[in-house]
Design a protein around this ligand. Structure first.
Ligand SMILES: Nc1ncnc2c1ncn2[C@@H]1O[C@H](COP(=O)(O)OP(=O)(O)OP(=O)(O)O)[C@@H](O)[C@H]1O
Length: 295
């Protein structure tokens, strides 16, 4: 649904994005992770056709994002990282203005979303808190029921309860078959809601990780502490991949059958048992760490 090819935009400072390429499939939720200044917003603005990359292309459902911006905007719900609102309007006036521009026929979804986010849209936007403005932006992005959602740091400014409301909304939209790209610097929310994640640093795409296989891997690694050497020996001699961390503590890759695994454990004196996770955060920190050493 979205094809980003060799996207390069270099600012006068020399910063920017360099040869960024990735695809997002129809119906997929794609997370875009990276530290501050990594190039997330620059990439997203190019996907929206608002920035002029010096090189590369973005195709959305076969249309060029730069030359067919207007046509594409009708099927995209966009939440910008920094919202430029008409400050003098109330939240409701802004949403109505936008809905009229989009020739929206029904206002039901707008009102549903206002209720969902517990937004009071009557106040003037300029007097709203950051979180309230974010809610107005989210209602604006979702209210015309677009097929594609491009969301730049969507949970920024939301309290933890509202972050959960947002996550649930993403789950529902995914079930409806929507294609979603969301940037974030919060690993946990990407892990919870995305199918795949691209990791960007210093303007370069470092990796694309499949979240489902990471989760599957997460479940299969265990940290065990046993009470005696006999148990250590038994586990080390088993068919599983085992790493001895120290004395009585081992990390076991449960790469065989669960019944064999539990049969083995039943012969050992296990004093503690934990899942050993290789979370997205670990992976992200690895890429991030590699970079900061050189800076
Ligand atoms: N208009 C601009 N002019 C010059 N440099 C810019 C401009 N916009 C962004 N940059 C620089 O380009 C780099 C990437 O910025 P970008 O806003 O895309 O990062 P980001 O990943 O969205 O960051 P954050 O998480 O802080 O929002 C940064 O070093 C930033 O300072």
């Amino acid at each position: 649904m979205i094809q980003v090819r060799n996207l390069t935009q270099i600012y006068k400072s020399g910063k920017g994005i360099f040869e960024v390429s990735f695809d997002i499939k129809e119906g997929e939720v794609f997370g875009f992770l990276g530290p501050n200044g990594a190039g997330k917003t620059t990439t997203i603005r190019n996907i929206m056709g608002f920035s002029n990359a010096s090189n590369g292309d973005v195709l959305i459902d076969g249309s060029n994002a730069r030359t067919q911006t207007k046509k594409l905007q009708e099927k995209i719900g966009y939440l910008p990282g920094e919202m430029a609102f008409f400050d003098h309007m109330t939240g409701m006036e802004f949403l109505t203005f936008l809905g009229n521009m989009r020739r929206m026929k029904s206002w039901d979804r707008r009102d549903e979303l206002i209720r969902l986010f517990e937004l009071d849209p009557k106040g003037k936007i300029k007097k709203m808190s950051k979180g309230m403005k974010q809610k107005v932006g989210l209602v604006a992005a979702f209210m015309h029921d677009p097929d594609i959602l491009i969301l730049d740091e969507p949970t920024s400014g939301l309290d933890p309860f509202m972050q959960n409301v947002f996550m649930e909304l993403i789950r529902e939209e995914k079930e409806k078959g929507k294609t979603i790209m969301m940037s974030s610097h919060i690993f946990e929310e990407v892990q919870r809601s995305c199918d795949r994640a691209g990791i960007i640093r210093d303007g370069r795409l470092m990796a694309i990780e499949d979240i489902h296989s990471l989760k599957a891997m997460d479940k299969k690694r265990y940290r065990l502490t046993v009470a005696d050497e006999a148990s250590v020996a038994r586990i080390l001699q088993s068919s599983f991949d085992v790493e001895r961390v120290d004395g009585m503590t081992l990390i076991v890759d449960q790469n065989g059958s669960y019944s064999d695994f539990f049969a083995l454990l039943s012969q050992c004196e296990v004093t503690s048992f934990d899942t050993e996770t290789r979370t997205l955060e670990d992976i992200f920190m690895k890429y991030y760490g590699e970079g900061t050493e050189n800076e």
